[in-house]
Write a protein that binds this ligand. Structure first.
Ligand code: GLY
Length: 571
């Protein structure tokens, strides 16, 4: 087996992460539990209100989640939208299913899409902010598939809140203003976007300014009236032509790529953790496997007794991350294109061998991917850059359905290309730039029609009676599975509220470097962690953006990331 410790560059993370991670938000922080009638947690109160309005009209959890996704396209354009894709995990009376609305590469895309003739990565501007990075958007197809399966209200009704926001306007909050400032070049790449989000002086509109997006309202009205075919058929020629004109080399998106797009129903990845069952998204996401592995590898330790203020716990968590991410780097790609040994990766006997690598008192100096049952013969690590323009929302309804949905345009404002009133994703940069290493195939290499590997980890946790107890997910690129696993540990092992669990520090291993948040309890452990062999511990500004619903004896607790709550104001 090839050595697998090619974690993401911490320097790249530092460069790309500071501004975008630190500008997120939350919605229903510190709200009192609501009765078990239905609840919504999202990254913006206006999107949460859209979901709640749909629930109040008798809509299903899926209906409300679609309304949230559409509303976020308007009020949180830096993170997600109908120009991007997402994953939905749905639990209901008919069982558990995941819907894959991940973007696809054009049919003509090849493994060298992001390389020059010397085999070097193309410059950032060529890779990321052109049509090369844009995958066929999947969120509208996902929504249509979910509505067909689980819809209670009319399709058009789900668009009403988002149309109102786009047509009547919404106020710029601190978070959007910060993102527009931090990522100005990308946000203001097109004249269309400049006219919406920037003033005559070329600066981002100030906090409190009202924005309307009539083109987006028109797009929504068209899709509301005609169905998803308005997006994938009626507009296919115009959208493909726009993306092609912005694509500097071969492999541009075609109308056929758009017309052929399908959201796919896939089995969830589930694994036990103590008395709970943790279920999430399988390939093309690495999220479900990574969360399951990190937790399962820790199960033999008495984490509750260690507690969240002990260095022993955080050391164990770092080690479990390193081991899980080594597998992730090597094995996870789009399972429609490459063999991914999902069952083997969460197989209890295999997990036991991986957990046995963890030494409670000292850090591993290198970790290789394991050989799970069903492992393919040879794989090489990829070299995917980290990005994080993503959002998560959770919805439950009074019929007991639960939806965990993570939606993304990849980087902040995606590719910066703006069409029909929304930003187009740069999701294809989630592929490895290198198709192979020394002749050995990278699972996540670019291929025509393939979906890039994701870190998104929409998750539903069930108790031993099979009841949904936690509906959770996060934004933040490769940190997503870590945020989700940490929060589940907070609830399950530390008996925390969802709000407190989301507030636990982010501590993540990137190879031999560790990042954590300045001012957090683990920041004070930095030297001791280094003494345990954890390499260099870097303190960064607080980061994280998770949302969750937790069943309590008083009803659903709706929780959002406390780091970002203050950015949701309009003054
Ligand atoms: N683009 C973020 C993710 O899929 O992980």
């Amino acid at each position: 087996m090839l050595k697998a410790l090619t974690f993401l560059s911490p320097i790249a993370l530092l460069l790309t992460g500071c501004t975008t991670y630190s500008a997120p938000l939350v919605s229903a922080t510190e709200t009192a539990p609501t009765p078990l009638e239905g609840a919504v947690s999202s990254a913006d109160p206006r999107a949460t209100a859209a979901g709640e309005a749909i629930l109040a009209k008798g809509g299903s959890a899926s209906d409300a989640a679609i309304a949230v996704m559409l509303a976020l396209t308007v009020v949180e354009p830096q993170s997600s939208g109908i120009g991007g894709g997402g994953f939905m995990v749905h639990a209901g009376s008919d069982g558990l299913i995941t819907l894959d609305g991940r973007e696809t590469a054009p049919a003509s895309a090849t493994g060298t899409r992001f390389l020059d003739s010397e085999g070097e990565r193309l410059p950032f501007e060529t890779r990321v902010t052109t049509g090369l990075s844009v995958g066929v958007p999947g969120n509208i197809a996902l929504a249509a598939e979910a509505h067909q399966r689980y819809g209670k209200l009319e399709w058009a009704e789900l668009f009403e809140p988002a149309i109102a926001l786009a047509r009547d306007g919404f106020l710029v909050n601190r978070r959007l203003h910060g993102s527009l400032s931090d990522r100005k070049e990308r946000a203001a790449k097109t004249e269309a976007a400049r006219a919406i989000f920037f003033g005559d002086d070329g600066e981002p509109l100030p906090v409190g300014a009202r924005i309307t997006i009539p083109d987006l309202a028109d797009t929504f009205e068209q899709i509301a009236a005609q169905g998803s075919s308005a997006f994938y058929d009626a507009n296919a020629d115009a959208l493909a032509s726009y993306v092609a004109q912005e694509t500097p080399r071969d492999g541009a998106m075609t109308p056929q790529d758009i017309r052929g797009y399908e959201a796919k129903a896939r089995d969830a990845v589930c694994a036990p953790y103590r008395t709970y069952k943790i279920c999430g998204m399988g390939p093309p996401s690495s999220g479900g496997v990574a969360v399951a592995q990190m937790l399962a590898q820790l199960e033999r330790f008495d984490i509750a007794a260690l507690g969240p203020e002990s260095i022993e716990f955080w050391h164990l968590f770092l080690e479990s991350q390193r081991i899980a991410y080594a597998d992730r780097e090597l094995y996870i790609g789009d399972a429609d294109f490459v063999a991914v040994p999902v069952a083997g990766l969460v197989d209890p006997a295999y997990i036991a061998t991986r957990s046995a690598l963890i030494n409670p008192t000292s850090a591993l100096q290198s970790v290789e991917a394991g050989t799970p049952p069903g492992a393919p013969l040879a794989r090489a690590d990829g070299d995917e850059p980290p990005e994080n323009g993503t959002t998560h929302f959770s919805v439950v309804d009074s019929d007991g359905n639960a939806v965990s949905y993570t939606s993304t345009v990849e980087g902040a404002f995606g590719s910066g290309l703006h069409w029909g009133g929304f930003y187009l994703n740069n999701e294809l940069t989630d592929f490895s730039s290198s198709p192979e290493r020394s002749g050995v195939m990278v699972a996540n290499r670019v291929e025509g029609g393939k979906r890039p590997r994701s870190s998104m980890a929409p998750t539903i946790v069930f108790d031993e009676d099979g009841e949904v107890v936690l509906v959770i997910g996060a934004a933040g690129g490769p940190t997503i599975p870590v945020q989700v696993a940490r929060s589940i540990i907070g609830v399950v092992d530390f008996d925390m509220s969802a709000q407190d669990a989301l507030g636990l520090p982010l501590l993540m291993a990137f190879g031999t470097t560790v990042i954590t948040e300045e001012g957090s309890v683990v920041a004070g452990m930095a030297q001791d962690l280094e003494a345990m062999g954890h390499g260099s511990v870097r303190l960064l500004s607080p980061r994280g953006k998770a949302n969750a619903l937790l069943r309590t004896e008083n009803g659903w607790e709706s929780a959002g990331d406390p780091r970002v709550a203050e950015l949701l104001v309009y003054e």
